[in-house]
Design a protein around this ligand. Structure first.
Ligand code: L34
Length: 284
């Protein structure tokens, strides 16, 4: 079988068009959703992602601000900036791009963001609400994956999903979202024995390990759905964690890298920011 490729990029374009209309309507009512992204340092990959976020938010008509600070920025300076943004009514969403330099204590930064502006969904309040099955800001990459599955009409209820990777950004929250939708979830990670034993049983495999070429056709069963969340640079070329060419011959659905999950991450960030603005103004 040859898999159907799910292009997140096309779905993202469709959703962003709908969001543009919604932002136009909100603006007619005096509400302009505003997003502020903070980038510390000059990592080229991070810079490319935050530029993508800024461009996309401008395109849908939102107010978008990118604050670029030097690598030497202190914990106190960053906390004081976040406090300012927490108190700025024009800012509906605050995103601090990760990873942060080693001298910054990441968790303290995440917890400094006012939960009503936590469009990344990383604050413990958001995480706890997700875990207890309440509405909240869902982390953008996991949320984007859920929307991709839904749009491809892949029902996750009762399915066995194997998630590879257990980060707070992707692995843990995507497993939780899937569980909330009644999937049976297995988490695998770098300490898992016999990865292939687990992945072979999966109806859906979500790969967020950060290791190029980790998953090949030998790891999956016929007609599995394979979602590739990897963003690796190999010889300057962006590639996922999945050996696309071999897996495509065996899977029923597969997502590419680039043009797969990445563009959906940005799209769900816009969605969360619009949601934050609507919530602040009592519209939802
Ligand atoms: N706070 N930090 C915070 N929130 C996030 O949601 C992220 N993430 C991850 C890294 N750090 C973060 C992102 O934004 C990864 N990530 C991300 C966002 C967008 C893309 C990839 C990763 C993306 O747009 N990828 C494109 C290719 C872009 C390129 O060529 O550089 C794609 O088609 O996959």
């Amino acid at each position: 079988m040859t898999a159907t490729v799910i292009y997140g990029k096309d779905l993202a374009a469709e959703l962003r068009n709908e969001m543009k209309e919604e932002v136009t309507r909100l603006k007619e009512n005096g509400i302009t959703p505003g997003l502020t992204v903070i980038l510390i340092g000059e990592d080229p990959a991070s810079l490319s992602y935050v530029r993508g976020k800024q461009k996309a938010s401008e395109k849908v008509g939102m107010e978008s601000d990118l604050i670029e600070l030097p690598e030497s920025t202190s914990q106190a300076e960053l906390l004081s900036l976040i406090s300012e943004l927490n108190n700025d009514d024009k800012v509906n969403g605050i995103l601090v791009q990760l990873p942060l330099p080693d001298h910054i204590e990441e968790q303290e930064i995440i917890e400094a963001i006012e939960p009503s502006k936590d469009v990344d969904g990383f604050h413990p309040v958001s995480v706890g609400r997700l875990m207890t099955g309440q509405d909240t800001f869902f982390p953008c990459t996991p949320y984007g994956i859920m929307v991709m599955l839904e749009k491809a009409k892949i029902d996750v209820a009762g399915k066995h999903v194997v998630v590879i990777g257990r980060s707070n950004l992707v692995g843990k929250p995507v497993g939780q979202l899937l569980l909330n939708e009644n999937a049976t979830v297995t988490y695998c990670h770098s300490k898992t024995r016999e990865l292939v034993y687990h992945t072979k049983q999966a109806d859906i495999v979500i790969v967020a390990a950060g290791k190029a070429g980790l998953i090949t056709d030998e790891h999956i069963k016929e007609e599995a759905v394979v979602i590739d969340v990897g963003v690796n640079r190999v010889d300057g070329k962006l590639t996922g964690d999945v050996d696309f060419d071999s897996v495509k011959q065996k899977a029923s659905y597969i997502t590419p890298v680039p043009k797969g999950v990445g563009p959906m991450t940005i799209t769900m960030l816009l969605y969360n920011t619009i949601k934050a603005a609507k919530k602040t103004h009592g519209l939802i």
